[in-house]
Design a protein around this ligand. Structure first.
Ligand code: SF4
Length: 132
């Protein structure tokens, strides 16, 4: 994973409710260390421990949808996802483990060469997450 992935994850976190000091710390980290993989990764790991879901993950229907007609079975999403959300079946990507998908993450979308992956609107899901 490169620095931009962790920067993206920190920016997603900023969409959620969190204590003022935590928000200021994340903003500062992004401003001063945007290309520093070690610092961004460390900040992400630190805030991940403070994530609180408002309801059980199983009750949050945030996950990718694959347009099977468009999918060419290249496997880019399958290879990329560190949470094993995808499986390749009959040369098509399928969403095998939807609740393993990190709520608000959509990092696989730009990897698809045929734009077959879509997600719901992030704004509708921010209410499910907060940082303590
Ligand atoms: Fe299909 Fe796109 Fe995944 Fe490739 S990246 S397997 S085209 S959904």
């Amino acid at each position: 994973m490169d620095a931009s992935k962790f920067a993206g994850a920190l920016e997603r976190a900023l969409l959620c409710e969190m204590p003022h000091d935590l928000r200021a710390s994340i903003e500062e980290t992004l401003k001063e260390h945007r290309d520093n993989l070690y610092i961004l990764k460390s900040a992400y790991e630190r805030i991940s421990k403070r994530l609180v879901l408002a309801v059980p993950r199983e009750d949050i229907d945030w996950n990718p949808t694959v347009d099977a007609d468009a999918c060419i079975g290249c496997g880019a999403c399958y290879d990329f996802c560190p949470h094993s959300v995808y499986e390749l079946r009959e040369e098509k990507a399928t969403v095998a483990a939807p609740t393993e998908c990190v709520v608000l993450c959509s990092n696989c979308v730009p990897l698809c060469p045929v734009s077959a992956i879509s997600f719901p609107n992030k704004e509708d899901y921010v209410r499910y997450l907060r940082y303590a």
